[in-house]
Design a protein around this ligand. Structure first.
Ligand code: PEP
Ligand code: CO
Length: 453
């Protein structure tokens, strides 16, 4: 690793960073975070890298999901538990449909920073810095709230620790015991059009489990059958640097604030600070790939980020939009193949399908999300590649932010329960419906192999 150090990124242009007015405060906060215990361990990170390598070989499937941005105000038990439950239910559906093990990765315990297209926001003639996520400033439209405050990095680290602590407790405490599938049901699912299909599946899983227990004489709850990993966009580099450490008996440096950081679309630049920072850490990393990414740039980034062709190291998360995926994806698959690396491909069907309604509300059409997923599976298969995961913005709450789905939400429903400060998320039912769709698609793929078209 030539000339790399946790702060070598500072010699490169860093896009999307907060404009802090007090650099000494930033240093003080970074030192404070560096002294705190890590949120995750290197052996968990290594375990995830191994699992991602298996996913790249088609032996597992990656499910990554959560809020566009977590908020400090919603660091509460029901928000966290419901998010965990919906991810678990989706993974159950996927395991059942794909007959593969599923890697569960939450967009949580650190997903507090957002890239923005505009540095400033205008309202009624007043101009203020854009809201960049709770790690940086606050959403209220006042000069004080929009000021970038380094102390918020420390608050974010603490919130991430609280979130992760609760998640680990829920997992350790048996929430994920498959014998308690009823615990996973959220209160209002009973009258969902999805409920019957989900219940049928839960029953069949229950039967398989009893069969397995009889066969091996063990209780699968004792086998640690559920792992849960954390991820966030590694956007604010001082925050990422602060918990980048060496660990005993391991080579290299680890970012111990999360298992699986990713590079966002707006910062995926081979000459930029994010590529420089990410190349030096040993975590498995993700990178968003948008429609403006050229095959040449993708090749350069792969060379920088995965120089040793390390299995599980790099996950490419394409987010091309349902209209552009057909033309954009094949040359990118070709480019990745030309590097000779084994990458894991995942599809984010959310960020290329964001639309603004006539009254200015950001939304996404459920059908467009499914269409992008549908095409992603087929395009990979048709080009000798494999879609090995999905990356989804969702919440366990009953929000109305995306239109469509089994309940046929329309634009007038968006007013009812639109809570996101940023991107529109799938609600509980829409997320489950997405999982059922993916499972169906994978079942098809497993049976009759889709011939190249
Ligand atoms: C996101 O994942 O919330 C995001 C901003 O995505 P992208 O970088 O792909 O636009
Ligand atoms: Co988003």
């Amino acid at each position: 690793m030539g000339n790399w150090s946790p702060d070598s990124w500072t010699s490169k242009p860093a896009a999307q960073q907060p404009a802090y007015s007090n650099p000494a405060e930033v240093v003080r906060v970074m030192e404070a975070i560096a002294k705190l215990p890590p949120l995750v361990t290197s052996w968990e990170i290594v375990a995830l890298r191994t699992q991602l390598a298996e996913a790249a070989r088609g032996e597992r499937f990656l499910l990554q999901g959560g809020d566009c941005a977590e908020s400090f105000d919603h660091c509460d038990s029901s928000t966290i538990a419901n998010k965990l439950k919906i991810l678990l239910q989706m993974s159950l559906v996927l395991v059942h449909g794909s007959q593969r093990r599923v890697i569960r990765v939450g967009r949580f315990a650190g997903q507090y920073a957002k890239p923005r297209s505009d540095d400033v926001e205008e309202r009624n003639g007043a101009t203020l810095p854009s809201y960049r996520g709770d790690l940086i400033n606050r959403p209220e439209f006042t000069a004080e709230a929009r000021n970038a405050d380094p102390e918020l990095m420390l608050r974010g680290y603490e919130r991430a620790a609280l979130t992760l602590n609760f998640i680990r407790t829920l997992i350790g405490g048996g929430l994920v015991d498959p014998h308690r599938l009823d615990y996973w049901n959220l209160d209002w699912v009973t009258d969902s059009p999805m409920a019957a299909e989900y219940r049928r599946m839960a029953r069949s899983i229950g039967e398989s489990l009893r069969f397995m227990e009889n066969l091996v004489g063990a209780h699968p709850g004792e086998l640690h059958w559920i792992d849960f990993f954390t991820s966030h966009e590694g956007l604010v580099l001082p925050y990422e640097q602060a918990q980048t450490r060496r660990v005993p008996r391991q080579e290299g440096w680890y970012n111990l604030s999360t298992h699986f950081p990713w590079i966002g679309m707006r910062t995926a630049d081979p000459d930029g600070a994010h590529a420089e920072y990410f190349r030096g850490i040993r975590n498995p990393i993700g990178m968003k790939v948008g429609p403006a990414m050229t095959p040449e740039t993708l090749k350069r980034l792969i060379d920088i980020l995965d120089p040793d062709n390390e299995p599980g190291r790099l996950t490419l998360i394409h987010r091309l939009g349902c209209e552009q995926i057909g033309s954009c994806l094949p040359p990118l698959i070709e480019a990745a193949r030309a590097t000779g690396r084994t990458v894991l491909w995942s599809c984010d069907p959310m960020h290329g399908n964001t639309r603004t309604t006539a009254d200015g509300t950001k939304t996404r059409q459920f059908q467009e999300i499914l269409s992008e997923l549908d095409q992603a599976f087929d395009l990979h298969a048709a080009h000798g590649s494999r879609l090995g995961g999905v990356h989804i913005e969702l919440t366990g709450e009953d929000v109305t932010e995306c239109v469509g789905g089994a309940r046929r939400l329309n634009e007038s429903d968006l007013k009812r329960a639109y809570r996101s400060q940023l991107d529109p998320r799938l609600n509980y039912e829409q997320a489950l419906e997405t999982a059922l769709f993916i499972a169906g698609k994978m079942r098809q793929g497993n049976g009759a192999h889709t011939a190249a078209r």
